[in-house]
Design a protein around this ligand. Structure first.
Ligand SMILES: CC(C)(COP(=O)(O)OP(=O)(O)OC[C@H]1O[C@@H](n2cnc3c(N)ncnc32)[C@H](O)[C@@H]1OP(=O)(O)O)[C@@H](O)C(=O)NCCC(=O)NCCS
Length: 191
């Protein structure tokens, strides 16, 4: 059971804003010579944790990751910076927005690889979700990100509900014909 609500002072977005910069070494590369997506995901989780834990003043766990679309590959030798800030807080949860950029140190060219959102939940020493401080919104950007996070949360809930309904209604026999133009082959064990 979550703890009862108590009032704690708000903390600003600036208080927990965190940047992690890491050099992309050859050990991070895949067989194609580009950086593994998983390496970036791990760094995103790390910076989200640092940011969330600083705001919460508690140990935090990762609950979900939204909107990870790698727009451009990251190369060995580039400097990757992950900028994290608290976009939204609920009672025990925090949404951390993370912007990832990769810089070629020789040319100075900086590319935006992705912006993603990680939801973390603060836990107390007993492992129970625990209240986090409210977020002090000091700038128009702070307020816009908070509002966007609410909208994203609403849309995600609506999507989940819609998909669950569709899945319940979906009958294998009636929908198999839909696969005719897909790049799959139906084996004999399906029906
Ligand atoms: C996330 C977790 C704490 C939720 O537990 P729960 O018993 O459902 O707790 P609650 O219902 O009180 O939810 C706690 C908060 O998580 C949020 N939450 C739960 N599931 C969520 C999801 N899928 N996406 C976003 N937020 C979620 C709730 O909205 C709530 O936020 P709020 O307090 O700000 O309103 C629990 O499922 C858990 O511990 N998961 C494992 C997390 C972990 O170990 N991660 C590391 C991966 S190895």
């Amino acid at each position: 059971m979550p703890e009862p609500f108590t009032s704690v002072p708000a903390k600003s977005v600036a208080y927990s804003r965190t940047t992690l910069t890491e050099l992309m070494i050859p050990a991070y590369a895949n067989f194609g010579g580009k950086i593994h997506g998983g390496t970036l995901l791990s760094l995103m989780d790390k910076v989200a944790y640092a940011c969330a834990a600083k705001h919460a003043g508690e140990y935090c766990v990762t609950v979900s990751v939204d909107g990870v679309n790698f727009r451009q590959p990251v190369e060995v030798g580039e400097l990757v910076s992950l900028m994290a800030s608290v976009n939204y807080v609920g009672r025990t949860s925090l949404v951390i927005g993370i912007k990832v950029v990769a810089e070629n140190v020789k040319t100075g060219i900086v590319k935006h690889t992705n912006t993603s959102y990680i939801t973390m939940v603060a836990k107390n020493d007993a492992g129970v979700p625990t209240e986090v401080p409210p977020l002090l919104l000091e700038t128009a950007d702070d307020a816009r990100r908070f509002l966007e996070a609410i909208k994203r949360k609403e849309l995600r809930a609506a999507y989940s509900e819609h998909f669950d309904n569709e899945r319940t209604r979906m009958m294998l026999t009636e929908n198999l014909a839909q696969l005719t133009n897909e790049r799959c082959v139906l084996g004999t064990g399906i029906l």
